[in-house]
Design a protein around this ligand. Structure first.
Ligand SMILES: NC(=O)c1ccc[n+]([C@@H]2O[C@H](COP(=O)([O-])OP(=O)(O)OC[C@H]3O[C@@H](n4cnc5c(N)ncnc54)[C@H](O)[C@@H]3O)[C@@H](O)[C@H]2O)c1
Length: 493
């Protein structure tokens, strides 16, 4: 906005309103408030939706559900530390993570929007292979100092036996002390963030160890000499010499939550498989931790079920799209009154979005597993293929848009399936339609309708996709109405 100056050479061929959205990525998270504020100063009507990840919005990594389905929040409070809220009510503000642990530690169901999706995916996979989460040993990359890592530590109910983060390789075949890990994860809003280096060595079992990511020699509990900590840290997951200790830990699940791009790649993937022979499932929280060749080899040469990043970690984006963008468009200038200042509505909205993220993740994982069982295509290829199919169907529905828009029950049905019930109740469908039917939001409305129908179709009919598409070509209205029947049933986790 500030950089594009009016000029005779710039011609608006589009000639209709255009919306711009920005989302945070590495290194830009702290600018989101400033960008929205600047847009407001410049008179941009939709300043609330220009960025996601704002502090006045609903940040996607600080809220979660307790086991008995209460919404909790762990919000940053500068020098004072972290505020614990339960159902929107402040319970304490402290820089002592032990106090948060005492109030929340054993009550957490799942923490964070992205992790809600990752865990729903993991739990669906574990169920599929007949393992109980409480009895599973997990390895993770990324640690308590990371957004995803901290939420993973808070959410996983089994033992965590291996954690590799920016600080060290932390290993204990008897399981790392959950309370200590959680305290580090709860210290996430205190500066500096604490990683595995802050894990108390006294809590390691006789066979556990920590090797710092630093030059220098170490001796492992079994007497093995490590010549250089940096080298050990860089190669631990793919060095055949790691096998003798990994073999003692029966690690069956892996959730990467951080680490370098393509850590497991075409060159070292067979070593990875040789080290982690007990692995049954991988859920890619972190992006591109595996390259595609590595994913192919794992699918071909092992029985591991692996869910690719694009399927596993979309919860954060779903949350931003609904809890921040949609909500701000619909509420407009009422946003602060209805959401920021009203803990009840805010809490209900958060719970509904968390449930939606989990339901989508369960549906997507089940769809991928069903296709995999039928065709034997690797799961990561199915993630990519079904995503293309979703876009293709959305484009096809866009081509029949005038027909769909003429059937008001299809439009309102798709919107009801997409918009959290709390907003529908609060605003009423008539008002929602008035807002979304305005010229500047029409394109957004159409995208919601076509995307929601396409996603519901895929989750429900992927296993007989071509047949279903033939039905769609014969009678698009009947096919869409069939999709909308029973659209409100979301399984909870
Ligand atoms: N945060 C989200 O909601 C979210 C959503 C979708 C995808 N992701 C992806 O998940 C990954 C982590 O995101 P984040 O937001 O938690 O990042 P973050 O910056 O908060 O955390 C990064 C983590 O990686 C660890 N780390 C650094 N160097 C490492 C190394 N060499 N080996 C192993 N671990 C190392 C750090 O200790 C830290 O725990 C990224 O790939 C990101 O794109 C995150």
């Amino acid at each position: 906005m500030d950089l594009v100056q009016p000029s005779a050479e710039i011609v608006d061929y589009l000639d209709k309103p255009e919306m711009i959205f920005f989302g945070p990525d590495e290194g830009t998270a702290s600018f989101m408030d400033a960008v929205a504020q600047r847009a407001r100063e410049r008179g941009y009507k939709h300043w609330r939706t220009i960025t996601t990840g704002k502090s006045i919005g609903i940040p996607h990594d600080v809220y979660g559900l307790t086991r008995d389905r209460h919404v909790f929040g762990l919000l940053p409070h500068g020098e004072k530390g972290t505020e614990l809220q339960i159902e929107g009510v402040s319970k304490l503000v402290t820089s002592d993570p032990a106090k948060i642990y005492a109030r929340l530690g054993d009550k957490i169901g799942t923490s964070g929007m992205t992790t809600m999706g990752v865990m729903a995916c993991l739990r669906t996979l574990l169920d599929h292979v007949g393992l109980k989460e409480e009895h599973v040993n997990l390895m993770m990359t990324g640690g308590p100092d990371g957004d995803l890592g901290a939420n993973q530590i808070q959410s996983f109910k089994g033992r965590i036996c291996l954690l590799v983060d920016g600080g060290s390789v932390l290993f204990d075949p008897e399981g790392l002390d959950k309370k200590e890990l959680m305290k580090l994860a709860f210290a996430r809003h205190t500066q500096p963030r604490l990683n595995s280096l802050a894990y108390p060595a006294a809590k390691l079992s006789r066979r556990g160890f920590r090797v710092l990511r630093a030059p220098g020699r170490f001796t492992l509990p079994d007497g093995t000499r490590v010549e250089d900590g940096n080298f050990f840290h860089r190669n631990f997951l793919t060095d055949p010499r790691s096998r003798h200790c990994v073999a003692t830990a029966n690690i069956q699940a892996f959730v990467p939550c951080g680490g370098l791009r393509d850590t497991v790649n075409a060159v070292n993937v067979r070593n990875f498989l040789a080290v982690f022979r007990e692995l049954r499932v991988i859920v890619e929280g972190a992006n591109v931790f595996f390259d595609d060749t590595a994913r192919d080899v794992i699918a071909r040469e092992s029985a591991i079920l692996q869910i690719k990043d694009s399927s596993a970690n979309k919860g954060g984006v779903t949350s931003s799209a609904i809890a921040e963008v949609l909500t701000a468009f619909l509420l407009g200038d009422d946003y602060e009154r209805v959401l920021v200042e009203n803990p009840k509505t805010r809490t209900r909205l958060i719970r509904e979005v968390l449930d939606l993220v989990a339901a989508n993740a369960v549906a997507e994982t089940r769809m991928l597993l069903a296709l995999h069982a039928k065709e034997k295509t690797p799961l990561h290829k199915l993630s990519a293929r079904t995503s293309e199919e979703l876009f293709a169907l959305q484009a096809a529905l866009q081509g029949r848009l005038q027909l769909l828009l003429a059937h008001k029950e299809i439009v309102s049905g798709a919107l009801r399936a997409y918009i959290p019930a709390v907003l529908v109740e609060h605003l009423g469908m008539a008002k929602i339609l008035r807002t979304l039917n305005t010229p500047e939001l029409k394109a957004y409305r159409d995208a919601i309708v076509t995307k929601k129908l396409a996603a519901m179709a895929l989750y429900r009919h992927a296993a007989r996709w071509e047949e279903w598409q033939r039905g769609l070509q014969t009678d698009v209205v009947a096919a869409c109405k069939e999709l909308l029947r029973g659209a409100h049933h979301y399984p909870t986790l």
